[in-house]
Design a protein around this ligand. Structure first.
Ligand code: AP5
Length: 240
């Protein structure tokens, strides 16, 4: 088994200019956002979370936010065409030059097809798709204890990863429960996941991109599992 130091060396290698496009998949609350933020810090490429983007749009009352609000409150997916338009603009921004980590997108097979097309147009390819598998009961436990900073979006858990005080450790913002984290809405989100998002597992398996990990364990342990899956020789064939 590789040590954490080996993994660190691997990640340092990746930081040396190799482009990476990672997709993190899994049910609501499996830890996509938590792991994406850690990967962002480690790899120096941005986390693109459609959930965070939509929450900001709702807060700012933009047109996208107004359209998305009721779907999010009900635990339904926002229509594909809205999300694809948002991502079409986001993926070509300068900070995505060296790659990016997709967290919560794609979420349907049509979104997966649209992503492939958008990347084809700019001559890029997905490096790895990592599916984090967590059972429903654990999801409910994680989501019911989740708290998020209203200012910077940092995520905490009242038991597994608490903030040091009543406010955010990073920016001192208020730390609150998300509106769609009520138990009934979480159950609906899980059902939507099974029907609309789980088919993407087969989609990416067929494309030979899928890597699966068990999402049970502490946050550092899961991070180390993900790091060990990201191999330099798989980075768009550019590393040698
Ligand atoms: P989004 O924000 O993407 O929600 P989600 O996919 O349901 O995922 P979550 O943010 O709930 O969970 P996560 O997997 O990131 O887990 P986290 O790291 O926070 O989307 C929200 C809504 O926006 C959707 O319902 C939809 O309406 C809309 N939307 C977004 N993208 C869309 C798209 N592409 N198409 C259409 N609609 C879209 O962890 C959860 C908790 O567990 C935290 O408290 C954390 O501290 C804790 N935790 C993490 N890892 C561990 C661990 N290993 N052990 C113990 N606790 C842990």
């Amino acid at each position: 088994m590789e040590s954490l130091e080996d993994e660190d060396r691997k990640i340092d290698y990746l930081k040396g200019g190799v482009e990476m496009i990672l997709v993190l998949m899994g049910p609501p609350g499996c830890g996509k956002g938590t792991q994406a933020k850690k990967l962002e810090a480690k790899l120096g490429i941005p986390q693109l979370s459609t959930g965070d983007m939509l929450r900001i749009a709702v807060k700012n009352g933009t047109e996208v936010g107004r359209k998305a609000k009721k779907y999010m409150e009900e635990g339904q997916l926002v229509p594909d065409e809205i999300i694809i338009d948002v991502m079409r603009e986001r993926l070509v921004q300068k900070d995505c030059n060296k790659g990016f980590i997709l967290d919560g997108f794609p979420r349907t097979v049509p979104q997966g097809e649209a992503l492939n097309k958008l990347l084809d147009e700019v001559g890029k390819k997905i490096t790895d798709v990592i599916n984090i598998d967590v059972a429903d009961q654990e999801v409910i436990e994680r989501i019911s204890g989740r708290r998020q900073c209203v200012k910077c979006g940092a995520t905490y858990h009242i038991v597994f990863s608490p903030s040091k005080g009543d406010h955010c450790d990073k920016c001192d913002g208020d730390v609150v429960q998300r509106g769609d984290d009520k138990e009934e809405t979480v159950k609906e989100r899980l059902s939507v996941y099974r029907k609309q998002t789980a088919p993407l597992i087969f989609f990416y398996r067929e494309l030979g991109l899928l890597k699966e990990i068990e999402g049970i364990g502490d946050i550092e342990e899961i991070f180390s599992r993900i790091c060990s899956l990201i191999k330099k020789d798989e980075c768009c064939g550019k590393a040698s």
